[in-house]
Ligand binder design. Structure first.
Ligand SMILES: NC(=O)c1ccc[n+]([C@@H]2O[C@H](COP(=O)([O-])OP(=O)(O)OC[C@H]3O[C@@H](n4cnc5c(N)ncnc54)[C@H](O)[C@@H]3O)[C@@H](O)[C@H]2O)c1
Length: 251
């Protein structure tokens, strides 16, 4: 889990223009985790030519329940128009504003092994507003290697490069045993957001946000659901499994 901070940003938010919110909203963690899903669905709808979308339509496109979606969007001061639905481009603007995606954030990646190579080669980050600007590894054999136009630098260069490149987010893809030391280097370099792929808990100061991605945990959660469904169908009278549910990885 991350330690999230959501400060108040005074001023003219898109929500203000819609006449709804007057300050930066303090959002529930679960709502924040769903906003990127809504955004992805809205971009797809917009590209498909939709100007407006009903809450049911957007909920279906995002794979969530429509009551949950309406509640989430009400936190942004977005209620849609009865009989019309939500304005797709306005809602994109509102969500991008709240997620801070109206600013491009520089990202560095530490650990260029199997996972690091895959992440460095993924072009989906740039299209969603994140640019990987620097790659670091501790292995001299990897330093100097070029991946997607970036040269892998030694981890010792991180402090200087983080300042030069104004790095906002550090991604850790090292073995678990090295992750805390890497997190310390990132924190010392002034990086206050970390995405950790290593299977370990990081200790960081209160002003640093950490998000952890662990696909093995997601598989274990699915394993629980498989186990539960099997136990339900095994009940006397053959009760069927409950309706499917979808959650984004990491939410
Ligand atoms: N989150 C997930 O779902 C997921 C999936 C796969 C792997 N992982 C984790 O991601 C991490 C990387 O996995 P991998 O298969 O790419 O490992 P890998 O061994 O192939 O690569 C690790 C890289 O980290 C570098 N490294 C080690 N110590 C370092 C340090 N102090 N500073 C900078 N770089 C350092 C190594 O030189 C190497 O290049 C592991 O912790 C693994 O458990 C997570």
């Amino acid at each position: 889990m991350s330690q999230q901070r959501h400060g108040v940003t005074p001023g003219n938010t898109p929500g203000d223009r819609a006449g709804a919110v007057s300050a930066f909203p303090d959002l529930p963690e679960a709502t924040i985790a769903r906003l990127p899903e809504y955004l992805r669905a809205l971009h797809n709808l917009g590209e498909g030519g939709s100007d407006t979308i009903s809450s049911e339509g957007l909920a279906a496109a995002a794979g969530v329940n429509s009551a949950k979606l309406r509640k989430d969007l009400s936190h942004l001061g977005s209620y849609g128009t009865r009989g019309v639905g939500y304005d797709v481009s306005l809602l994109i603007e509102q969500i991008e504003y709240v997620l801070g995606l109206d600013q491009r954030r520089a990202v560095c990646l530490v650990g260029l092994g199997n996972l690091g190579h895959a992440l460095a080669g993924y072009d989906g980050f740039a299209s969603r507003g994140f640019k990987i600007v620097a790659l670091f590894d501790a292995d001299e054999a990897k330093v100097g290697e070029e991946i997607q136009g970036l040269v892998v630098r030694h981890i010792e260069e991180l402090g200087r490069v983080a300042v030069e490149e104004n790095i906002a987010i550090g991604v850790i893809a090292t073995p678990a045993g090295a992750a805390q030391a890497v997190a310390d280097v990132l924190v010392d370099a002034g990086v206050t957001s970390i995405l950790n792929f290593a299977p370990c808990v990081l200790s960081v100061p209160a002003n640093v946000d950490v998000r952890k991605v662990d696909l093995a945990i997601e598989l274990q959660i699915l394993s629980f659901h498989e186990h539960r469904k099997a136990s339900l169908t095994a009940l006397p009278g053959g009760r069927s499994a409950t309706a499917g549910n979808q959650e984004a990885v990491g939410s």
